[in-house]
Design a protein around this ligand. Structure first.
Ligand SMILES: [Fe+2]
Length: 266
């Protein structure tokens, strides 16, 4: 598990002999984002290079959808519990983040968009959209690192702003990596509104900036929150790595099962 001590704060030391909390936080989050950059994880490359017959199997796509949607759902739900943003001005800014996820035109949401994107490439979804609810309930259907992430998201998001920042600064990277990997098999996948609207409107870039901006504001007023904010961000980033590891295991199992089937006597 990551700890604050493992984060490279060398750049911070170069800024000034004694960083202020805002600078220290910015350096720590940049360092975490680099260390845990999702697209570096083998899952995305292995998914892109998977045999097309395996990648297009409805049940395989359903498993990928379940784990990825569970992780995304956990963060979208956890945002509603963010602390320290209770003034009217900060509530307005927080509301915009809720609206970006859950207040899309026509009653649409990122959750529904993502499910449609997977159904449109043939996924046989394991859970109905409304079955994504409380973490403990959801963890009856997801296990391993994904369950760990789902459980941690609500706990960590509700006690400091660091985990939210860590996720938001990395989200555009994994969305592009996922869109690119599945577009190898389904060229129209990246055109799905879940990806296309996010990329064209730079939603995740805005979320990254906004999460950092409000957190820096909070830390300037309450510098004593800095160590826990960074430590929680590190735990969340480590847990996010686990989600990609979990997804990669699904890819690996599907590949092994295909090999076994092809070598089994007729
Ligand atoms: Fe976001």
């Amino acid at each position: 598990m990551s700890h604050i001590s493992s984060i490279d704060l060398t750049n911070c030391e170069q800024i000034s002999p004694a960083c202020n909390p805002v600078d220290e936080f910015s350096v720590a989050i940049s360092s975490l984002a680099e260390q845990h950059r999702p697209s570096r994880m083998p899952f995305f490359h292995n998914l892109a290079t998977l045999d097309h017959a395996i990648a297009s199997d409805p049940s395989f796509l359903g498993q990928i959808h379940l784990v990825y949607q569970a992780a995304m759902h956990a963060t979208r739900a956890a945002v509603y519990y963010l602390p320290h943003l209770d003034s009217p001005a900060l509530r307005k800014r927080k509301l915009q983040i809720f609206v970006d996820d859950d207040g899309l035109p026509g009653g649409d949401t990122h959750h529904y968009q993502l499910t449609r994107a997977f159904r449109n490439i043939g996924a046989q979804c394991v859970l109905d959209d409304e079955a994504f609810a409380e973490p403990e309930e959801l963890c009856r259907d997801v296990d391993g690192e994904a369950a760990q992430f789902v459980r941690l998201a609500k706990t960590l998001y509700s006690r400091s702003l660091g985990p939210w920042c860590a996720i938001e600064v990395m989200s555009v990277d994994w969305m592009r990596a996922l869109a690119d990997a599945l577009s190898v098999h389904f060229p129209q996948f990246a055109d799905e509104p879940y990806f296309a609207e996010c990329f064209s409107e730079m939603v995740e870039e805005r979320h990254a900036e906004e999460s950092l901006s409000v957190t820096q504001m909070v830390l300037s007023a309450r510098p004593e929150l800095l160590p826990a904010t960074i430590a929680d961000a590190a735990i969340m980033a480590e847990a996010l790595d686990g989600v990609w590891t979990h997804l990669d295991r699904i890819v690996e199992i599907a590949r092994e099962q295909a090999v076994q089937r092809s070598s089994a006597p007729a």
